[in-house]
Design a protein around this ligand. Structure first.
Ligand SMILES: [Zn+2]
Length: 367
């Protein structure tokens, strides 16, 4: 290869780093990572070139990494753990990009199963599982705690509304008429009914404000489960992963895959509906639903819970199994068992624990 003057200078002659005064040869300072400076870099052409370069390079790198993470489960993780990193987007970049895509897809096109409704705190309890029956007091404590916060908000709002109602008392009947309340045009009500109306309104306001904040929070806070997921992965594969940080990388890559899947699922399920009003409903569930009826029902239910949970295991388990095979040197049955247990626990973390956390946090922030 013929060397140009510039390459020659950069690779052979020692240069002084403008940032840290280190003497080195090459294009990048081996002490602080600063690039060799050339005054030509101050030109406007170079500036615009850099902008274009940033986006195209970043995009192709991120897209490539996302695709590899779907196509070859565990491959990016393995490369990351071996120190081959420059070629790929790092786990945090990857997670951020994918969660922004997830946010916009589920907001603009579809819905997300990650958004709880108020009342969901009563489902997916730990004590629903036979082994964790003893945890029932914990579950009811969580529900009571949320109910208490809800009640506080409700009472405050109702009081506030009662103060704001402009009532006219009819001296003959002793009944009230609310002046500034549209739904109650001409009707006269007694004191009890006045309280009931305020209560109704307070509950409506509560649900409206709850839905608005929980929908944003639920799409942004999925990552809070990552440390717990990493913990479980580390329990199974601490010998191969060596560090908890490595388990965090694997958990993040798994979540990136999961969110990618949901983006695709959202497009398949909801885009036809948004475009043509065609209701495909839960088209992906249809082939699975019969498995949960009739003779196979109880076994499936014991192993996989409901069809909604099983649907998740259908794409989580293969990804985890292949990733485990790549990363750890364990027999296939161990990887299979680990992928099953991880899927089960992850499902509980995301739809049991996270939803309750989101509900509690949302109600708490509403005060
Ligand atoms: Zn330097």
């Amino acid at each position: 290869m013929k060397l140009t003057t510039r390459q020659f200078i950069h690779s052979e002659h020692p240069v002084t780093c403008r940032n840290c005064q280190n003497h080195f040869t090459g294009k990048i300072c081996n002490k602080c990572g600063e690039k060799v400076f050339d005054e030509k870099q101050l030109s406007s052409g170079h500036f615009f070139h850099q902008i274009i370069d940033f986006f195209t390079h970043f995009e192709s790198k991120v897209l490539k990494t996302i695709w590899l993470n779907i196509k070859k489960p565990g491959f990016i993780t393995q490369q990351n753990l071996q120190g081959i990193r420059v070629k790929y987007a790092n786990p945090i970049q990857l997670y951020l990009v994918v969660s922004v895509l997830f946010y916009f897809t589920v907001t603009k096109i579809g819905v997300t199963d990650y958004t709880p409704g108020y009342g969901d705190q009563k489902y997916h309890l730990l004590s629903d599982y036979a082994t964790f029956k003893w945890a029932a007091p914990l579950d009811s404590a969580v529900i009571r705690g949320i109910d208490k916060m809800h009640l506080k908000y409700f009472e405050e709002t109702r009081q506030h509304l009662l103060e704001r109602f402009e009532t006219v008392k009819d001296s003959a009947t002793g009944l009230y008429r609310i002046r500034n309340f549209s739904n109650n045009d001409a009707a006269f009500v007694n004191k009890e009914q006045l309280y009931a109306i305020a209560g109704n309104e307070a509950q409506k306001l509560f649900l409206k404000s709850f839905d608005a904040s929980v929908s944003t929070l639920s799409k942004t806070f999925i990552f809070v489960m990552l440390p717990f997921m990493a913990g479980l992965l580390f329990v199974f594969f601490f010998r191969s992963l060596k560090y908890y940080g490595a388990a965090l990388v694997l958990a993040t890559h798994f979540m990136v895959f999961n969110l990618c899947f949901f983006i695709m699922h959202c497009l398949v399920n909801w885009l036809p509906y948004r475009l043509w009003g065609e209701d495909f409903g839960s088209i992906l569930f249809r082939p699975i639903n019969p498995l949960f009826r009739g003779a196979t029902g109880p076994y499936f239910e014991f192993l996989f819970g409901n069809s909604f949970a099983f649907f998740h295991f259908l794409f989580w388990m293969p990804w985890l199994f292949i990733a485990f095979k790549r990363i750890a040197n364990k027999p296939w049955w161990f990887n299979l068992l680990a992928s099953y247990i991880c899927s089960r626990v992850f499902f509980f973390l995301l739809f049991g624990v996270l939803k309750k956390l989101l509900i509690a946090f949302t109600v708490w922030t509403m005060h």
